[in-house]
Design a protein around this ligand. Structure first.
Ligand SMILES: C[S@@+](CC[C@H](N)C(=O)[O-])C[C@H]1O[C@@H](n2cnc3c(N)ncnc32)[C@H](O)[C@@H]1O
Length: 263
């Protein structure tokens, strides 16, 4: 991937932008998976390790391997105190560098819409998990407006602008994810919606954490003039749902899918 095409680089900025929300969804997702202890896990598209840390904290794994194409994100992930047991590697979800049946379970958190070929990723996860093992993923519901940055997309549209979006938003639909899992030959496929409150301490928390130069909207900001950014700030301040104590609170929602490799 060319440096200019990378959407996710700075792991610390990612943590404030998205890691904190990924971890909230991730907890509910792992409860839903209800995986046994002592499994060998693969976390695909681990980024800065936000979700990887949840796997280790909640699932008592025997081993964890995590892959991502971004060296910068992996660099941050390696500094997390809670992920010391993890073997981090550079890798592509669509061409996983592992042999057949290497893992008991593979997860992919907030990645599927960033893949040109999500079918290949689902097939690859099914390939590297042993018979009877689990393959699961979650992604903000892009078409349904579930991503935490959705208010920014709406505000930009109200200004006659469109944000850069993940390259494959349709892959995050609930039916689409179910189809991907079934096409990969997985069995006992189930889906669910996971809803979380997205809570910012005040407007500045919202603005500062979202105005970072990473992710699809980061690419959009990079091309905006100072006056357009100011206009965006004003529109968001006017329209975001603020509670009486100044906090910004709205709901975000993700679709999740899980299935098992045929025994
Ligand atoms: C929104 S972040 C999610 C990171 C992490 N899983 C989390 O839940 O916070 C999306 C991640 O997908 C990664 N990614 C993009 N293309 C990928 C690919 N082809 N294979 C694996 N990961 C990819 C990015 O580098 C980025 O770290």
């Amino acid at each position: 991937m060319r440096e200019a095409d990378k959407l996710f680089t700075d792991g610390e900025a990612y943590e404030r932008l998205m890691g904190r929300w990924s971890r909230k969804v991730g907890k509910l997702f792992l409860d839903w998976l209800d995986a046994p202890k002592n499994l060998s896990w693969l976390d695909v598209g681990c980024g800065n390790g936000a979700f990887t840390e949840e796997i280790i904290a909640r699932c008592m794994p025997a081993a964890v391997t995590a892959v991502d194409p971004s060296d910068d994100q992996l660099g941050y992930a390696r500094t997390r105190p809670g992920v010391k047991m993890t073997n981090f590697r550079v890798g592509d979800a669509q061409n996983l560098p592992f042999a057949v049946s290497t893992f008991d379970i593979a997860t992919m958190a907030l990645v599927i819409s960033f893949l040109p070929n999500p079918d290949k990723a689902a097939a690859e996860m099914a390939r590297v998990v042993r018979p009877g093992g689990w393959v699961a993923a979650y992604m903000w519901d892009g078409p349904g407006g579930g991503t935490p940055v959705h208010p920014i997309y709406l505000a930009l549209e109200s200004m006659g602008m469109t944000s850069v979006r993940p390259p494959n938003p349709a892959a995050s639909g609930r039916d689409a994810m179910q189809g991907l899992w079934k096409n990969a030959g997985l069995e006992s496929v189930e889906t669910r919606v996971i809803r979380i409150p997205t809570v910012y301490s005040d407007f500045d928390d919202f603005w500062d954490s979202n105005l970072v130069p990473i992710g699809p909207q980061g690419k959009t900001f990079a091309g905006m003039s100072a006056s357009a950014k100011q206009e965006l700030r004003t529109r968001l301040r006017d329209h975001l749902p603020a509670s009486s104590d100044g906090r910004i609170v709205y709901e975000s929602f993700a679709n999740a899918v899980k299935g098992r490799v045929p025994a």
